[in-house]
Design a protein around this ligand. Structure first.
Ligand SMILES: [Zn+2]
Length: 327
């Protein structure tokens, strides 16, 4: 099989928010997985009916979603990329062009390794499917592509393997990026979340901003395919578009320079914590019309508003090593 992959070499980590670092013994970080909690579908869909006002910082979320309101490690947050923060923490550069082989991977290394897949219309059975397949879904809260259990794409964090379960879109973005010219944080037009789940249920999410501000930019072909084949009816999947190839690697911008990483949560109820977040600083450029089309499928803003960072450490990983393996 032709496999494309993107390697993120983690050469140095820049600590941006220096408060008290999250430790492995932190009760929230230890919080175990959500598989028995309400709101999680078998294919990695985590949304359940909102009981509170989603515009009110989740304060009104009720049991069983209390963690949305009382959790101290919630997502999204405003990611700080100001010059001040960087100058406090000089970057030590190294050029690791030859990352170690998988069994010897460094404990903090991160590699994205996705593979092309073929669309299926067996949406209901996707959780049991042992082949390499995906399905277009409208979950009612997000435009989503869900993968079968046989899909080989994965995120590698050190020696840990996190298979890719699904990816979905938010319009506008959930995370904000604080830069010198955006002291209150820049919100992008959209955000793509690749959701990975380890065998024991632990989650890792890769976030990519969507930038539709380039007036003349051409349509992104993968996004175009997703928009065309996602059903308009909520809580359904595409039952007519079988056999379409899709390579999720092509949704990762090639010019990535930095990845923010921190301990967070699901952004939809039950808002379970213990989720490892990786958010790329460089957005994926898409056509403005595509942002509009994406939004029109759900006709609502489906972003959760920014949560308190509290005593969390946000790191920036530098010197991304990107490799497209054509073998
Ligand atoms: Zn999401």
């Amino acid at each position: 099989m032709k496999t494309s992959w993107v390697e993120i070499a983690t050469l140095s980590a820049l600590v941006l928010v220096l408060t008290s670092p999250v430790s492995a013994s932190d009760p929230h970080w230890d919080h175990t997985i959500v598989s028995q909690e309400p709101g999680q579908g078998s294919d990695g869909t985590f949304w359940a009916t909102l009981k509170g006002d989603s515009t009110k910082n989740s304060a009104a979320f009720e049991f069983p979603f209390a963690e949305c309101a009382i959790g101290s490690h919630q997502t999204p947050i405003a990611l700080n990329l100001t010059g001040n923060a960087i100058s406090l923490n000089p970057i030590t550069q190294s050029n690791d062009k030859n990352p170690p082989a998988e069994p010897e991977r460094r404990a903090d290394s991160v590699a994205v390794r996705y593979a092309p897949s073929i669309s299926s219309t067996e949406g209901a059975a996707i959780g049991k499917d042992t082949g390499n397949a995906y399905v277009f879904r409208n979950t009612g809260h997000a435009v989503q592509v869900s993968f079968s259990k046989g899909y080989p794409g994965k995120l590698l964090i050190g020696k840990d393997v996190y298979p890719l379960v699904q990816f979905h879109f938010h319009t506008p973005s959930e995370h904000l990026v604080i830069k010198n010219q955006y002291p209150a944080g820049r919100q992008y037009d959209g955000e793509l979340h690749f959701v990975h789940q380890r065998e024991d249920g632990k989650l890792a999410v890769l976030g990519i901003f969507l930038d539709g501000s380039q007036g003349s930019s051409a349509e992104h072909p993968i996004l175009k395919k997703i928009i065309e084949h996602t059903p308009e009816e909520h809580d359904t999947y595409n039952t007519s578009g079988a056999g379409l190839p899709l390579d999720p690697t092509k949704l990762i911008p090639v010019e990535n320079e930095q990845v923010f990483t921190y301990a967070g949560s699901l952004t939809t109820p039950p808002c379970s914590e213990g989720v490892s977040w990786y958010v790329m600083s460089e957005p994926l450029k898409v056509a403005p019309s595509q942002i509009h089309q994406l939004h029109e499928i759900l006709k609502i803003d489906n972003n959760r508003i920014v949560q308190n960072t509290n005593a969390r450490t946000v790191e920036i990983r530098k010197d991304l090593h990107i490799t497209h393996d054509q073998n």
